[in-house]
Design a protein around this ligand. Structure first.
Ligand code: YSA
Length: 349
């Protein structure tokens, strides 16, 4: 840039300043750069302000006035050039920001991954469907249950070991009906349902249950049961066996071998367990029996007018048999069902 005071003719140097400033301002590529040029051209140490300071040294008043006017003209020209360039740069920078933020509304949307029911839920739904097909309805009950319904109404004596804290998880909700606990089976819903409904009753009740069980290949401390209850006139043990064997063949395949072995439950008499043959061994699927008349009395049914059977099955065990879920040695194992690993779960969508 020319220094006006260094040139012999100040008018020439003002002309040169405009030429140089026009090029410099025209070449600016950002507002920051333009601000810096503006300061150099018009600021305190600039040629323009130096020239203004030098005006006092011009003795001739006409020459001083003409030089002063010429300096002001040049200053105004530079100001106009900076203003024009600034609006061009603002428009360019805005256009660039808009282009960077542009949303392409024609792009295809991102499809969120689709969830599915866990295999245990699928198993429960399928089992309930089979019983609905046999004429049963479905009900649900509370997971936090009273000691009365979980044990007493099911004819389980005060001294029974399953009432101990080593087997049952008690909740700290006061002493109502003997105390509150996490239900250890779905059987309390037998009593709750019969209190609310007159016979005949054909109902299944799926739900979560809790026990102080250690995890192993067939046990989990939190698992599911599906309770079944049929109460009518003249229901016999043959009805129980026929219903449960039909269910097993429907769910596990028509060649499924099942066996009933005697067992003891305080709420059924006689009682049995049904086992299924799978993978070279028998595996217990459910407990069952003819409803004990003492249970009918607890709920206000006349034990001389009705009979019934009941069962409680474990869907986790049914799922591992049905889908061949095993440990690395090939033995049925429910632990993979408790694992949130997507690589396992995705196999059962
Ligand atoms: C029996 C007679 C009836 O008239 C009605 C219901 C019953 C079943 C009884 N309430 C009961 O809970 N029996 S049980 O302790 O043997 O459990 C029933 C089924 O739940 C078992 O056959 C098994 O399939 C499953 N099970 C039990 N403990 C388990 C389990 N599944 C996974 N983890 C556990 N810890």
């Amino acid at each position: 840039m020319s220094a006006i005071t260094n040139l012999a003719d100040p008018m020439d140097s003002l002309q040169q300043l405009v030429i140089d400033a026009t090029t410099e301002i025209g070449d600016a590529i950002s507002i920051d750069q333009l601000d810096a040029i503006d300061t150099t051209l018009m600021g305190r140490g600039s040629s323009i302000s130096e020239a203004r300071r030098g005006l006092g040294a011009i003795k001739d008043p006409d020459e001083r006035r003409d030089t002063g006017r010429a300096i002001n003209d040049v200053a105004n020209q530079i100001k106009d050039l900076v203003t024009a360039k600034r609006s061009t740069l603002v428009a360019t920078e805005e256009a660039a920001a808009l282009a960077a933020d542009r949303v392409d509304v024609t792009l295809p949307g991102r499809i969120p991954p689709r969830g599915t029911h866990h295999l245990i839920t699928q198993t429960i739904d399928e089992i309930v469907d089979i019983f609905v097909g046999l004429g049963y309805t479905m009900a649900r009950g509370p997971e936090a249950e009273t000691e009365f319904y979980n044990f007493t109404a099911m004819n389980i004596p005060e001294t029974h070991p399953s009432r101990h804290e080593s087997d049952t998880l008690y909740l700290d909700y006061g002493e109502k009906d003997g105390g509150v606990l996490l239900r250890t089976h779905t059987s309390p819903m037998q009593a709750r349902y019969m209190e609310q409904h007159d016979p005949p009753v054909y109902v299944v009740v799926p739900g979560k249950v809790f026990r102080s069980d250690a995890v192993d290949s067939t046990h989990s401390p939190v698992f599911h049961q599906i309770e079944g209850l049929a109460v009518d006139h003249n229901i016999t043990f043959a009805d129980l066996k026929g219903t449960l064997a039909t269910f097993a063949r429907e769910f596990l395949g028509k060649d499924t071998k099942v066996k009933f072995i005697p067992h003891y439950f305080p709420f059924t008499e006689p009682s049995a367990e049904m086992h299924a043959y799978s993978n070279g061994r028998w595996i217990e699927l459910l407990g069952c029996g003819m409803v004990n008349p003492a249970v009918f009395e607890h709920v206000g049914y006349d034990p001389s007018a009705v009979t019934g059977f009941a069962f409680g099955m474990g869907p986790e065990r049914l799922a591992i048999i049905r889908h061949g879920i095993t440990d690395i040695h090939g033995n049925n194992d429910l632990r993979p069902l408790l694992d949130p690993d997507q690589r396992i779960l995705r196999q059962y969508v």
